[in-house]
Design a protein around this ligand. Structure first.
Ligand code: 0O2
Length: 209
C-alpha cells in the first residue's frame, strides 16, 4: 500500500541520517577544541556558543519535492547541502574569520563552498558566513565523506537573524514592501554594533596577539 511504502521510505531515510549526526559530532569536537585551546593561549574564546541540527526526514522530503530534485535516497547528499547544520556564534566579526581559517587548516576538513553574506549581505540585511564543509566519518566497514553546512555569525548577527526568522518566516521570502527598508535598517544597526564592539576589542587586546 502507499502508506506502507511511505513508512518504509521514512525508516530508510532515518537510517541514512545517522552519518550526518556523526559528522556533526566530529565537527562539534573540533570546534570545542579550537574554542578551549585558543582561549587558554590567548585569553580570548573566539566561540560564544554552538548549536546544531539534523534536518528532519519530513523536511528533507519536502525540500526535494519543492526544488524538483529526485526522490533517490542514495543521492540526497548530492542534492542537499544542509542536511547537517552547525551554527557557530562568535563574540566578534574577527572571530568568525578566525574560526573559519582554523577549520580550513585542518587536513580532514574540506571546504567545498563559502558564501560570505558578511562581505555581501542579502537584500533583506541578513549577514553570516556560510561554509559547506565535508569531513570523513569512520564507520565499522567504510569511510563516508559527509557534508555539513556551517553558519558562522556574531551575537549581533544571530540576534537579528533569529528575530527576522520569527517575524517573517510566514511570508515565504518576500515580506510586505514597507517592511523591507525598516528591516534593512535594523540590520545596519546590528552591523554598526559589531564594528564598535570590534574596535573596543582591538583596543583591549592590542598588546597580545
Ligand atoms: P532553516 O529553518 O534555518 O533551516 P537553500 O539552503 O537551498 O534554501 P541557499 O541559497 O544555498 O539555499 O542557502 P543560503 O542562502 O546559504 O542559506 C541557507 C540558510 O541560511 C537558511 O536555511 C537559514 O538558516 C539561513 N538564512 C539564509 N537567509 C536568511 C535570512 O534572510 N534570514 C534568516 N533568518 N536566515 C537566513 P533555511 O533552510 O532557509 O532555514
Amino acid at each position: 500500500t502507499d502508506l506502507a511504502d511511505d513508512l518504509s521510505l521514512l525508516r530508510d531515510l532515518e537510517r541514512r541520517l545517522l552519518v550526518y549526526k556523526f559528522a556533526i559530532e566530529e565537527l562539534m569536537t573540533k570546534l570545542r577544541i579550537l574554542s578551549e585551546e585558543f582561549d587558554s593561549v590567548h585569553q580570548h574564546d573566539p566561540i560564544e556558543h554552538i548549536t546544531n541540527r539534523v534536518k528532519k526526514p519530513e523536511g528533507i522530503l519536502e525540500k526535494l519535492r519543492r526544488k524538483g530534485f529526485p526522490l533517490d535516497l542514495d543521492a540526497i547528499g548530492d542534492w542537499l547541502d544542509d542536511i547537517a547544520g552547525v551554527r557557530v556564534v562568535c563574540p566578534f566579526v574577527s572571530d568568525v574569520y578566525r574560526v573559519k581559517a582554523m577549520l580550513a587548516r585542518q587536513h580532514d576538513v574540506e571546504i567545498l563552498r563559502t558564501k560570505d553574506y558578511i562581505a555581501t549581505p542579502k537584500p533583506n540585511g541578513y549577514r553570516s558566513l556560510h561554509l559547506i564543509v565535508r569531513i570523513p566519518v569512520f564507520l565499522s566497514d567504510r569511510v563516508e565523506h559527509v557534508k555539513v553546512e556551517v553558519q558562522l555569525r556574531t551575537i549581533a548577527m544571530d540576534f537579528w537573524a533569529t528575530l527576522e526568522h520569527k517575524l517573517f518566516y510566514k511570508y515565504d521570502d518576500s515580506p510586505p514592501a514597507d517592511f523591507v527598508g525598516e528591516l534593512m535598517s535594523t540590520a545596519m544597526i546590528a552591523a554598526q554594533l559589531d564594528d564598535r564592539m570590534e574596535s573596543l576589542h582591538r583596543r583591549i587586546h592590542q598588546d597580545d596577539h
